[in-house]
Ligand binder design. Structure first.
Ligand code: DHK
Length: 143
């Protein structure tokens, strides 16, 4: 059975409370429930969130050899973190990058993501449905 890590970066612990006009009303727990509903018993899901860049690097390193894929929303670190890119470049499994909002429709500083240089797919602007879409794609890739 494949194992998939769903990793969220800074401020995504506030999902549902933070700027709901941009990020929606669902919480991270709601997202986890939606993810479990997509995969059912066909994959093991692991969930992690951190507001700290180094902690995210540690979690990606720990995924080496222990998970088949990562769904990552790096939050603001998408736009700044070479360290997270380097950690993902040292990871062998599939990587799908998710942004809840359409970063290309927002401020110019959000238009570039370092992680996109490694990601096998990038989803932006589907709202929290982007996590479920990423998992549907991974279940195809990993089957
Ligand atoms: C989430 C964030 O926290 C922002 O810093 C990114 C991303 C966009 C999102 O759309 O999920 O710029």
């Amino acid at each position: 059975m494949p194992t998939i890590l769903i990793l969220n970066g800074p401020n995504l612990n506030l999902l549902g409370q933070r700027q709901p006009e941009i990020y929606g009303a669902d919480t991270l727990d709601d997202v986890a429930d939606q993810c479990r509903a997509v995969v059912g018993d066909a994959a093991e899901l692991r969930f992690a969130q951190s507001n700290h860049e180094g902690a995210l690097v540690d979690l990606i390193q720990e995924a080496r050899g222990t998970t088949d894929a990562i769904v990552i929303n790096p939050g603001a670190y998408s736009h700044t973190s070479v360290a997270i890119l380097d950690a993902l470049n040292a990871y062998d499994g599939a990587v799908i990058e998710v942004h809840i909002s359409n970063i290309h429709k927002r401020e110019a500083f959000r238009h570039h993501s370092y992680v996109s240089g490694r990601a096998d797919a990038v989803i932006a602007g589907l709202g929290v449905e982007g996590y479920a879409a990423a998992l549907r794609r991974l279940m195809q890739l990993l089957s």
